[in-house]
Design a protein around this ligand. Structure first.
Ligand code: SF4
Length: 255
């Protein structure tokens, strides 16, 4: 399914290029500065030949480093190849915008994609097993790095925990970042989890993308669970044959 979509997309928007005796199609674009800074040190970046182009190709196409390819009559050398990755779960839109949900794959299709990529299935299993032995402290509503190592500021100066969890927010036009970060966000970040939360004790949390931010996008509040994500997690657990694997244990003793 994914390959069909990508091939259709490349046929429509891609351009032909040649690598050795083989002809392919790819989408050429200017590599974003953030990608270049992630791939290369400042010194290496300064020494790279120009112009630089990035090319997106089908996941079946292999272009190892140093491959020479010809595009629009000029030759280029591959400096770095990145692994093909995808995320099949489309989250809800900001401010209850419904349209993204209409583009979603069904939970069954999402899990089918996990199975079509053996490396992906193996990584899910390994991650589940690893986290089963290292339970996450679920005594707080938020259990990720939001408010600890990251934050989000929208174009109106509203400071919030992350780009998904926009509520509550602190207005930086009426206060300082220090006040917002050290006091306001700290309180939001360390609010306790509810004892009645539907995900308490669920052994499939590791396989699930549920979090307060996802819940805000789906239903407008931080509590509860997103049914779409819940169904995917349960289907994934069965598809990966994890039903008899060790359970993830919640630490709710602090409540
Ligand atoms: S949404 Fe469902 S599968 Fe995910 S953690 Fe909550 S109860 Fe478990």
């Amino acid at each position: 399914m994914l390959r069909e979509c990508l091939n259709h997309w490349l046929r429509r928007y891609g351009e032909p290029f040649q690598a050795g005796a083989q002809g392919y199609r790819g989408l050429f674009f200017q590599p974003p500065g953030s990608l270049l800074r992630w791939l290369f040190s400042p010194e290496a970046l300064g020494e790279l030949p120009r112009p630089l182009w990035a090319v997106a190709v089908a996941p079946t196409v292999s272009l190892p480093d140093a491959t020479v390819l010809t595009w629009r009559g000029a030759s280029y050398r591959v400096l770095s190849s990145l692994e093909f990755r995808f995320d099949a779960q489309i989250n809800g839109g900001l401010y209850s915008y419904e349209h993204p949900k209409s583009l979603r794959l069904s939970p069954q299709e999402v899990v089918q994609l996990d199975l079509e990529y053996p490396k992906r299935s193996q990584e899910w299993k390994a991650y589940y097993q690893k986290r089963a032995l290292q339970p996450v402290d679920r005594s707080y509503l938020y259990f990720c790095g939001a408010g600890l190592v990251s934050f989000h500021i929208d174009p109106y100066g509203e400071l919030s925990l992350c780009m998904l969890a926009r509520q509550p927010s602190y207005n930086l036009r009426q206060g300082t970042f220090q006040e917002g970060w050290q006091h306001f966000l700290r309180q939001v970040r360390f609010q306790p989890a509810s004892q009645a939360a539907p995900c308490n004790g669920c052994q499939w949390q590791t396989l699930c993308s549920q979090c307060p931010g996802m819940n805000q996008l789906e239903y407008g509040d931080s509590f509860g669970k997103v049914d779409y994500l819940c169904e995917i997690a349960h289907l994934r657990a069965h598809a990966l044959d994890l039903v008899s694997a060790p359970a993830v244990v919640d630490n709710l003793s602090g409540l």
